[in-house]
Design a protein around this ligand. Structure first.
Ligand code: ADP
Length: 405
C-alpha cells in the first residue's frame, strides 16, 4: 500500500510518500510560502535528482495538486498514476481529550478537530486545510489523522491538572495535553528495541529538543508526564519560546507595556527563548558558535537552556522514582554534541556517565553514548514522526478494509 503523509502548516506543507510493503520513502518534499509571492515546491525523489519549482500557490488545495503532479512527473515522479496512493495520513497538532489515538477522518472527526480550534488556534486550522485539500484532490482515498497529543492521554490527573479553579477544566478543558507525542512514542519504542529489553520494564525520559522542545516521562510504555501544557509554550526554554515562567509575569507586563493578548502571545512564542537571551539567533548552532567565540549573551542563553533541560530531567527522575534510559532526539538532541555533553556531565548524581568519543559520533542510526559503567543508558535516537503516521494510517485503513469486506 502506498501512503502519502502530510504535515500542513499555515503557509507550508511537508509530504512523504511511503511504500508500506518495505516502509521505504519513495519521495519527500516541502511546499513553502503558500499564499505568498513565489511559492516554492522542493521535491526529492529517493535516489533521484532534487528539484525546486517556483510558482503561485494561493492555498493548500493547489499545493497538494502540485505535489500530486510532481509525484507522477515524467522525469521526477515516482508513480505511474495518482490512483496508486491508497491512503493519506495527516499530522494534527491538537486532539484534545477526544482523540486518545489516531482515527479515520469522518464528518464527526472533522467536527471534533474544528471544535479544538479554540485550544490550538495557530495549528489546528492549518491541519484542517491540509485535510480538506487532500479530500478535494483525492475524494475516494481514506484519510487518517494522527495527533501530537494522543500519546500523552495516559497521563494521570495529578500530572495533567493545573492547580487553578476546577471549573476552568470543566468549562474549557484547561489542562496539560503535551505535544510531540508521535516522536516521544517512536523513540521510546526504538530505545527498548535497541536495548533489547521489554518497554514495560523501563523508566524512560525522552528529550525531544528541536526548535520547539519537550520532555516526557515514560513508564510501562506510557506517558506519565510531559513538559508542554495546554499549548506548546510551557516547559523548556526553546528557540523562540519562553517555556516556564511565573504566570504573574503576563498580567504584569501586559499592564506595564499596555500589550494586547495577541501581542503578549507573540512575545512569549516568537520573541523569547534562545533568541531573546542571545539577541542573535534561535538556532542552537549559532548559540554554540557564539559561546565558542566567547560571546557572553550566547553563553548565557546556552547555560539557561542547558540548566532548564537538566532540571526537567531531574524532576522526571523524581516523578518516576528513578530513570533507566535518557533519550535525546530532534534537531538539537540528535546533533548537538555540546548540549548532550553539558547536560549529562551534570547528571552524575543519577549515575549518568557519558563516553566523550561515543557522544562525538555523527550518525543517522540509533546509538548509545553512555559508558558500560553508566547506571543510566543514554541514547541518541533520530526521530521519525512521518513513519509513525504512515504506520498508523496503514493499520487503520487495513482494519477498515477488513471490517468492510
Ligand atoms: P522542528 O522543531 O522545527 O521540527 P528540528 O527538530 O528540525 O525542528 O530542530 C531544528 C533545530 O535543530 C535548529 O533550529 C537548530 O537549532 C538545531 N540543530 C540542527 N542541527 C544542529 C547541529 N548540528 N548542532 C546543533 N543544533 C542543531
Amino acid at each position: 500500500m502506498k501512503i502519502l503523509v502530510i504535515n500542513a502548516g499555515s503557509s507550508s506543507l511537508k509530504y512523504q510518500l511511503y511504500d508500506m510493503t518495505t516502509e521505504a520513502v519513495l519521495a519527500k518534499g516541502l511546499v513553502e510560502r503558500i499564499g505568498m509571492d513565489s511559492s516554492i515546491l522542493n521535491h526529492e525523489p529517493t535516489g533521484g535528482q532534487e528539484i525546486s519549482e517556483v510558482s503561485e500557490i494561493l492555498e493548500h488545495t493547489t499545493a497538494i495538486r502540485k505535489v500530486l503532479d510532481m509525484l507522477v512527473h515524467k522525469e521526477h515522479g515516482v508513480l505511474q498514476s495518482v490512483d496508486e496512493i491508497q491512503a493519506v495520513g495527516h499530522r494534527v497538532v491538537h486532539g484534545g481529550e477526544a482523540f486518545k489515538g489516531s482515527a479515520i477522518v469522518t464528518q464527526e472527526a472533522k467536527s471534533e478537530i474544528r471544535r479544538l480550534f479554540d485550544l490550538a488556534p495557530l495549528h489546528n486550522p492549518a491541519c484542517m486545510m491540509g485535510i480538506s485539500a487532500a479530500e478535494i484532490n483525492m475524494p475516494n482515498v481514506p484519510q487518517v489523522v494522527v495527533f501530537d497529543t494522543a500519546f500523552h492521554q495516559t497521563m494521570p490527573e495529578k500530572a495533567y491538572l493545573y492547580a487553578i479553579p476546577r471549573v476552568l477544566y470543566k468549562k474549557y478543558r484547561v489542562r496539560r495535553y503535551g505535544f510531540h507525542g508521535t516522536s516521544h512514542y517512536y523513540v521510546s519504542q526504538k530505545a527498548a528495541e535497541f536495548l533489547n529489553r521489554p518497554l514495560e520494564d523501563l523508566k524512560i525520559i525522552t528529550c525531544h529538543i528541536g526548535n520547539g522542545g519537550s520532555l516526557t516521562a515514560i513508564q510501562n510504555g506510557e506517558s506519565v508526564d510531559t513538559s508542554m501544557g495546554l499549548t506548546p509554550l510551557e516547559g523548556l526554554m526553546m528557540g523562540t519560546r519562553s517555556g516556564d515562567l511565573d504566570p504573574a509575569v503576563v498580567p504584569f507586563v501586559m499592564n506595564k507595556e499596555d500589550l494586547t493578548i495577541n501581542e503578549v502571545n507573540s512575545m512569549l512564542n516568537k520573541h523569547s527563548g534562545l533568541l531573546a537571551i542571545s539577541g542573535v539567533s534561535s538556532d542552537m548552532r549559532d548559540i554554540t558558535d557564539g559561546m565558542a567565540a566567547g560571546e557572553p549573551n550566547s553563553t548565557l542563553a546556552f547555560e539557561m537552556y542547558e540548566y532548564r533541560l537538566r532540571k526537567y530531567i531531574g524532576s522526571y527522575a523524581a516523578a518516576m522514582n528513578g530513570v533507566d534510559v535518557i533519550v535525546f532526539t530532534a534537531g538539537v538532541g540528535e546533533n548537538s554534541v555540546v548540549v548532550r555533553q553539558r547536560v549529562c556531565e551534570n547528571l552524575s548524581y543519577l549515575g549518568v556517565d557519558v563516553d566523550e568519543a561515543l557522544n562525538a559520533v555523527r550518525s543517522r542510526e540509533p546509538r548509545r553514548i553512555s559508558t558500560a559503567n553508566s547506571k543510566v543508558e543514554v541514547l541518541v535516537i533520530p526521530t521519525n514522526e512521518e513513519l509513525v503516521i504512515a504506520r498508523d494510517t496503514f493499520r487503520l485503513v487495513q482494519e477498515q478494509n477488513s471490517t468492510n469486506s
